[in-house]
Design a protein around this ligand. Structure first.
Ligand SMILES: NC(=O)c1ccc[n+]([C@@H]2O[C@H](COP(=O)([O-])OP(=O)(O)OC[C@H]3O[C@@H](n4cnc5c(N)ncnc54)[C@H](OP(=O)(O)O)[C@@H]3O)[C@@H](O)[C@H]2O)c1
Length: 247
């Protein structure tokens, strides 16, 4: 966003702010669109920009150890202006790996994006988050179970569920609630890339849904909005997978 546009954006700040990682495509982009329609200002953090014209993009590789100080200041100043902040940890790295193949560097990289970056953002934003704010995690069915060849993803999604539960305990009394929404197979680049765009694997996946279809990203977005609006959903892990047929 140009400097003039950023000024304009700041001047038009709404009371409610969504800070989302991975809003450039897939589930995150749908979340940004839906929250905007529901009255939130949108800040997106990802490497490529979110093309939605109302989003303020902070282009950043979450895998990097050190984030620019200017970016942290910008994020804090925007959050301080808001009555309610909803922070959604959505970006994730998904590798094809297993106990036989996963090396330490890849594991560190995946943990940096899926586990460390969310905690960095929690720490940056928490001091500016007022009562009514929320911290939501996009988990996965693999936050609770495992499949072959997704080792680093499975372990980091389990860690994400633990973070959410620990956040709930540590934030008691602050009026800030937290939850994890765990999608099943959702029609995005991540899913299609992971299965190598293989038609027969896709058919197999679809057949494992009780509804015989993939989840639409907007269905996950609606679930996240519901969580943001309802403090009773606190410390909760929400299954959003259409019902999977177990094999
Ligand atoms: N699709 C599914 O079937 C499914 C199922 C269960 C859970 N989920 C979860 O849903 C969430 C969203 O996934 P999706 O399916 O929407 O995936 P997607 O379409 O591949 O989008 C992933 C997003 O994460 C961002 N991202 C990835 N690595 C990043 C990095 N190093 N730094 C900054 N941003 C990064 C990407 O932005 P850039 O590339 O522009 O950086 C992109 O915006 C993830 O947490 C995923 O685990 C998805």
């Amino acid at each position: 966003m140009r400097r003039g546009r950023v000024k304009e954006w700041l001047a038009s700040m709404k009371d409610k702010l969504l800070v989302i990682t991975g809003g450039s495509r897939g589930i995150g982009r749908e979340v940004a669109a839906l929250f905007y329609r529901s009255g939130y200002h949108i800040v997106n953090l990802s490497r490529s920009a979110c093309d939605l014209p109302f989003a303020l993009n902070i282009q950043l590789n979450l895998a990097e150890k050190h984030w620019p100080e200017g970016f942290i200041k910008q994020l804090r100043s925007v959050a301080e202006k808001s009555q309610e902040v909803c922070l959604i940890h959505n970006a994730a790295a998904l590798e094809n790996d297993s106990i036989n193949t996963l090396d330490a560097d890849t594991l560190r990289q995946v943990l940096e994006v899926n586990v460390v970056a969310p905690q960095k953002l929690n720490k940056i934003l928490l001091p500016s988050m007022k009562a009514g704010s929320s911290i939501l995690y996009v988990g996965s069915t693999l936050a609770e179970k495992a499949v072959p060849n997704a080792y680093s993803y499975v372990l980091s999604k389990h860690a994400g569920a633990g973070m959410m539960k620990a956040n709930c305990q540590d934030l008691a009394g602050m009026g800030i609630h937290t939850a994890s929404v765990c999608p099943g197979f959702t029609d995005t680049e991540m899913l299609r890339g992971h299965i190598g765009n293989d038609h027969s694997t896709l058919t197999n996946i679809v057949e494992r849904s009780t509804f015989q279809r993939l989840i639409k990203p907007e269905e996950i977005a609606r679930t996240l909005l519901f969580c943001a609006k309802n403090q009773v959903i606190n410390g909760s892990l929400i299954h959003a997978n259409l019902g999977q047929i177990e094999q």
